[in-house]
Design a protein around this ligand. Structure first.
Ligand code: HEM
Length: 469
């Protein structure tokens, strides 16, 4: 009973040995064989047991819209394993109700477009540093080529970017915090499909002790960064994400009344963890899959390079230049459709709920498998399994039969707060890379996407970079 369908899921996923051709973007049998099998067997929606907990898996866009846009507060984020919570922080992703409203109001201004355009300068500088290193490497070879594990380079780069944009001058400490968080993530992945025996988190096992030590290290480092901000005048907050968040906590006058939207030290620490997790891994994966697709479709790579040349020549791109890259935006959106880093969205019901035709009892988990829905031919057309960024040429809301078909950043009040940030970051990096190099997949590349909390290339992304003339 405790195991529910978990053993079945493990078994079906183990049989995922299948390696795909690089032109084959239908990796669903690798990452979600259980959902595909049960949908065929039982129709949709269907119910299954995750450990002792019931979950409903829905595939219907209208039901997904009703659930994700619901503002009654009756669809909550799903219960999260303590390891995952320690990793992500109980920040914006997990808080609920009036706490969520308060957190979102404090954090929103930090992600305003004018602020993001300022951060673009930092993003481009970080990308140029990475590209310079690769350039040095390539220019040592007569043919101007170098083979690199680009997924690893992107992980380093997006850590660097989020450390700089979140923590400004304290970015070195930020990177230390990141390393502790990264190790915590490894523990979280290890325990993901194991059934948690109640109380087992408090036992002083070797793994728990390692986890507690890392959590302490992460917290101490973040406290150090935050405390370094409140200078003698108390106004040295800075233009980075942390500074803008602290700024929003300053009391303001509204209608003659003092209003304070505030977060406690603990809450700010949790938000910092959330930015880190949300900000580096997902973005590095978006970059990884974008380079993968542009390697498979070199004509698109060339098209983006031409657009870049038109908009900013060989100069360092600015936030304004980057905002004008329409072809690039479409390619990123198509990458998010086919290889979106967040594969599923989850909710649970706080009370018995009727959604469309179905009734969902209290406490049931709801799975919205965006990766599967993004390939629904009824909505995306017969070419749903193929790469075709032109489907976005009239904007994201006109790309499919319904305006909310792209679920990569989710929709509704809990949709991704960082989506403009991540699009700017991805454009900054791709622009700098495309200005210097052409790229192809290395013969060592093996196409085997896996779902490890996020969608990742199982064997990394080895790529051959060639310096442009
Ligand atoms: C390609 C990159 C990204 C993807 C695919 C992505 C995807 C998502 C998705 C699907 C959600 C909704 C989750 C749910 O409803 O359960 C979400 C929420 C969120 N994301 Fe992102 N994200 C990305 C980048 C970022 C970045 C760069 C940041 C911050 C620096 C960020 C911060 C957040 C936060 C704080 C939330 C919670 C919002 C709320 O509940 O109010 N994300 N993201």
């Amino acid at each position: 009973f405790f195991k529910g369908c978990n053993e079945d899921i493990k078994r079906m996923k183990k049989a995922d040995g299948l390696v795909l051709d690089v032109h084959d973007h239908n990796y669903l049998p690798r990452i979600a064989p259980h959902y595909l099998k049960w949908r065929d067997q039982y129709g949709e929606p269907f119910l299954y047991w995750f450990g002792p907990k019931p979950r409903i898996c829905i595939f219907d866009y209208e039901l997904a819209r009703l659930i994700l846009s619901n503002k009654s507060g009756h669809f909550l984020k799903i219960d999260t394993q303590p390891t995952v919570l320690a990793l992500l922080g109980k920040g914006l992703v997990f808080v609920e109700g009036i706490d969520w409203v308060r957190h979102r109001r404090v954090i929103n201004p930090a992600f305003a477009m004018d602020k993001i355009k300022i951060m673009a300068k930092t993003m481009v500088t970080c990308a140029q540093n990475m590209v310079k290193e690769l350039e040095d490497q390539a220019s040592k070879n007569k043919n101007g080529e170098t083979q690199v594990e680009l997924d690893k380079q992107f992980q380093k780069l997006t850590t660097d970017i989020i450390s700089h944009t979140a923590f400004g001058s304290s970015y070195k400490l930020g990177i230390e915090a990141f390393h502790a968080q990264k190790e915590l993530q490894e523990i979280a992945v290890e325990t993901l499909l194991s059934v948690q025996i109640p109380g087992s988190n408090y036992l002083p096992t070797a793994s728990n002790r390692r986890k507690w030590k890392l959590e302490r290290k992460l917290r101490d480092t973040l406290v150090q960064i935050i405390q370094s901000r409140s200078g003698p005048e108390g106004s040295l907050y800075g233009n980075d994400l942390l500074g803008l968040m602290l700024e929003a906590c300053i009391p303001t006058e509204q209608g003659g009344k003092q209003k304070q939207l505030s977060l406690s030290m603990d809450e700010i620490i949790h938000e910092c963890k959330t930015f880190f997790f949300a900000g580096y891994e997902t973005t590095s994966l978006l970059l990884t899959w974008t380079v993968f697709l542009l390697s498979v479709y070199p004509e698109w790579q060339e098209r983006l390079r031409k657009e870049l040349l038109r908009e900013c020549g060989k100069e360092k791109p600015s936030g304004d230049n980057l905002s004008k890259l329409k072809e690039m935006t479409r390619v990123l959106l198509e990458t998010l459709r086919l290889y979106g880093p967040a594969v599923f969205t989850q909710r649970k019901t706080m009370t018995d709920m009727a959604v469309g035709e179905i009734k969902i009892p209290q406490g049931f988990g709801i799975i919205i498998p965006s990766a599967i829905m993004h390939r629904d031919k009824k909505f995306w057309g017969e070419d749903a399994d193929e790469f075709n960024s032109l489907r976005f040429q009239n904007g994201v809301t006109k790309a499919a039969k319904v305006p909310h078909a792209l679920l990569a950043f989710s929709i509704g009040p809990r949709s991704c707060i960082g989506q403009n940030f991540v699009m700017m970051e991805a454009k900054s990096v791709m622009a700098v890379l495309l200005q210097k190099f052409s790229f192809t997949l290395s013969p060592d590349y093996v196409h085997a996407p896996v779902d490890l909390l996020t969608l990742q290339p199982k064997f990394g992304l080895p790529v051959v970079l060639k310096l442009l003339a």
